[in-house]
Ligand binder design. Sequence first.
Ligand code: ATP
Length: 401
Amino acid sequence: LVAQKADKENVKVFAVGGFIRDLLLNIKNHDLDLVVEPAAIPFAEELNKMLGGRLTSHEKFGTASIVLPEGIHIDLVTSRQEFYARPAALPEVEQSSLKNDLFRRDFTINTLACSLNSPGFGKLIDLFNGIGDLEKGLIRVLYNLSFVEDPLRVLRAIRFEQRFGFRLEETTLSLMENAAQTRVLEKVSKERLHDELVLALQEEKAPEILIRYFTLNIAPMIFPGIRLSDALQERLFAAREMCYWANRNWPDTEVVPGNLYLAALLLEAPFQEARHICRRLRLPQKQREPILAAVEAVPRLKEKLLANALKPSELYRLFSGQPVETLLLLQADSKQSRIWESTALYWEKLRHIQPHISGHDLRELGFKPGPGFQEVLSHIRAARLNGEVKNREEELAMAKK
Ligand code: ATP
């Protein structure tokens, strides 16, 4: 459809970047990046009339994006205009304006383009030997100052390296080590860093990516004060296992793996530091809260759980109000079966148990409404949890006492 529209509107359109990379790797990709000559926005408007998606344009940058209901994203950028100043050499002009666009990209494997116009539909354009690097499994920057120009590429390189099981090409690796030494990542805005971290944490190989941040000495700029210990590595891998486990066994519970990985990391820092890092990373409150709750609670709960066998009512009191992250982090942090059993018992059973009787029943029994109600009901719930009362009648009898 895009190709037909391109011909009809008489514009040159190339599919570029991750879409082509993934096509060659035989990986599904729902984001289509298009380079459009001479202008992306009018073409995006025409295209969207046909597709009926949600269109956003940025006049200043000459870019547009279309989001389709099926979750497909189409990003359109305008190819650099300055090369049109030489109309006499049109074919080369066309090549060089695309080249200019591709040269601004991060790694050779992301510079592949494919013409969508006919004739020549589907012609692969490989100006920087991206195919060679895809075949060899290499992440390679296009020029030596790449990481200095945009230090965020350091993190992107690690994300792609781990996602595809590729290697950092030798020069790229030494440029990256240099970038780590000179702490260039500190120049990246906190917002961009946050966005990249979100993407990294969504990866299947997020634990490996985080560990790579440490071994490449980039972590101090992201998680200052945290050191990579064996316990941390184990906890990160265990956190991933716990997410799989929870998805299988607790299908009604939403577990965000990234929250668990961050909590697993922050458990290495004193609480105040952990809070500071969350702020630095610009984590929104909704994400910060469960992470910090887990970081604060896990050492305390672990100690209590391992010290004594607790009654169900005591477990309830211990875990009540804790987010699922706390329970999973406890499990990831300790292989003790008592911890495993207690957390599963609470989440699957205990937290759903309520007394049969209500405030209404208490009123009928002559209790005066007030804070005492809650106390009586909690008492009855504890008795129920411990199996000391089994039905409504027994609960009423207990309330009377
Ligand atoms: P993903 O599968 O993670 O979406 P992607 O390669 O499609 O991978 P995007 O972040 O959507 O990644 O970027 C689209 C394209 O834009 C990339 O393929 C790359 O060519 C280019 N790009 C993105 N970020 C940068 C950057 N920081 N520096 C240079 N080029 C970049």
